[in-house]
Design a protein around this ligand. Structure first.
Ligand SMILES: *Cc1c(COP(=O)(O)O)cnc(C)c1O
Length: 388
């Protein structure tokens, strides 16, 4: 029925998941799996967290949706909570990652054009991933995603990730913004160097362009801070977030400083569903649990623990080339088929996802337990042994 009814856009595992509790997820036959995918860095509190269930149920009894023609309390409360944890003071709400990117790109264009009509070039990184809509796709540095959808938006330029020389070569007064994932997720868990990000900051200041950090995957606690940039000692102007923001409920946001945000005036941007009370109430509950609830406090420690175990496997088996990433955004690059590897893990009861061409990505919920990490490592080792 799926083949008949649904557009053919995904390769799927042969399974239907029926329920989940925490890091554990169950298929329709009752088989249990450990979920180290978390809906690709979405289920930061695991499955069916009582705090989310409560927020969904309570808010839905009050008001679910109201147009942006009217005030609502929930989006103000959520914006307050987000602003508390960053150096920025303005938020625009949307519903997904790619929409947050669109908002950021539009903001950069408007910011540039208000200085000079030619100031509209957006620089982006080789191997990046920013989403599937035409604007986000235009700054996604992977040919496989772009090639069948040309022409994309003009005045965007791909540069080499972490290459300071290339950055200087392409940064001119016509650049209005540059978009970088502090850690490339989909592209293979590649961290930007602090030095590179500092140079990008310097050039943005010099040419009065906006520095955009896509924290859709690496933000919201995934690497140990609610905002990933805090680990890099560089403050961006604009931060698109989504994925874990709603813990599984679709919501995205563009965070910006005053300087950038004031480029938008009424009518410049909008979203029918953006900032709806239900999404904001759930996200507020999620963020409050991540921060005040202390979930984020243990991310570094658990991440280091898992990374250490993975390095142990690397020292033991030549199948692993490298262990990459920070916090609970980790990857192992392997010299065998990643597809085969994830399939084998799946059959053994562990969900993992590929990234780039040769990386297995590990994205457990942020409240994963040490015992669950141990079990996952055991399954990974069995899979490695079988494929070695
Ligand atoms: C997932 C992702 C996006 C796109 O988010 P969607 O909600 O799928 O549109 C953009 N940027 C990064 C870094 C992502 O990981």
């Amino acid at each position: 029925m799926e083949k008949n009814n649904l557009m053919n856009t995904y390769g799927r595992f042969d399974v239907i998941f029926e329920k989940g509790i925490g890091t554990k997820i169950y298929d329709t036959n009752g088989v249990e799996y450990l979920d180290f995918v978390s809906g690709v860095a979405v289920n930061c509190l695991g499955h069916s967290h009582p705090i989310m269930v409560k927020a969904l149920s309570e808010q839905s009894k009050k008001i679910i949706h109201v147009s942006n023609y009217y005030w609502n309390t929930e989006h103000i409360k959520l914006s307050e909570k987000l602003i508390e944890h960053c150096d920025h003071n303005k938020v625009f709400f949307c519903n997904s990652g790619t929409e947050a990117i669109e908002g950021a790109l539009k903001l950069a264009r408007k910011y540039g054009k208000s200085q000079n009509t030619n100031k509209d070039i957006i620089l982006y990184m080789d191997n990046s991933f920013h989403g599937r809509t035409m604007g986000a796709l235009s700054v996604t540095g992977q040919e496989k995603y772009q090639q069948d959808f040309l022409p994309l938006i003009p005045r965007v330029k791909k540069i080499n990730f972490n290459d300071i020389e290339d950055l200087y070569e392409n940064f001119t007064n016509e650049v209005c913004g540059i978009i970088i994932e502090p850690i490339q997720g989909e592209g293979g868990i590649n961290a930007a160097s602090t030095e590179y990000l500092k140079e990008a900051r310097k050039l943005c200041d010099k040419f009065n362009a906006l520095l955009i950090f896509d924290e859709i995957q690496c933000g919201m606690g995934r690497i140990g801070n609610l905002f990933a940039y805090k680990q890099f000692d560089v403050i961006p102007d604009v931060i698109p977030i989504a994925k874990a923001l709603g813990g599984g409920f679709p919501i995205g946001a563009v965070i910006a400083n005053e300087k950038a945000a004031k480029a938008f005036v009424p009518g410049d941007h909008g979203s029918t569903f953006g900032g709806n009370p239900l999404g904001c109430a759930v996200a507020l509950a999620v963020i409050t649990e991540l921060t005040d609830g202390g979930v984020i406090n243990s991310v570094q420690e658990k991440g280091s623990y898992l990374k250490e175990k993975l390095n142990g496997l690397k020292n033991k088996y030549s199948l692993i080339d490298e262990v990459k990433g920070m916090g609970l955004l980790l990857g192992i690059s392997i010299n065998t088929s990643p597809k085969e590897f994830t399939n084998l893990c799946f059959r053994k009861g562990l969900l993992v996802v590929t990234a780039g061409t040769d990386v297995i990505r590990l994205l457990p919920p942020l409240n994963v337990t040490v015992e669950e990490i141990d079990t996952a490592v055991k399954i990974l080792e069995e899979a490695i042994k079988e494929l070695s």
